[in-house]
Design a protein around this ligand. Sequence first.
Ligand code: 5GP
Ligand code: ZN
Length: 121
Amino acid sequence: MTAPSSDPCLFCRIIRGEIPAGRLGESADSVAIADIAPQAPHHVLLIPKRHSPHIGEFMKGPRAAEEMKDLLDLGQGIVAKKNLEEKGYRLVVNTGEEGGQTVPHLHIHLLAGREMGWPPG
Ligand code: 5GP
Ligand code: ZN
């Protein structure tokens, strides 16, 4: 269930198809889109259809475990399709102001195709 249509949430609007995005996959509870400003050769956003501002709120949902599995499975499908397993990839959840989150609707970044630095900036 997405937020009501009056909700200004960018990702809810993308999920509803009100804003175009490069859709890379969809499952019962999740969508995958190409990031508009890719930070790596592959930069996919894995987004739950249910609106939550961040992971802490999301995990309070009664179906959170099932929805999180659905989200990660969608990501694994993309990893397999793009053949990313061998060289590796990174999953990132920026959370809150200091965590660098800019869109307050939970999402997982899937980044791949270049060597990643550590620690992250
Ligand atoms: P955050 O900063 O919240 O971790 O990640 C938000 C991501 O959403 C950023 O990587 C940003 O480039 C991406 N983004 C912002 N607006 C849009 C948009 O309109 N379409 C798509 N596909 N990605 C977006
Ligand atoms: Zn939303």
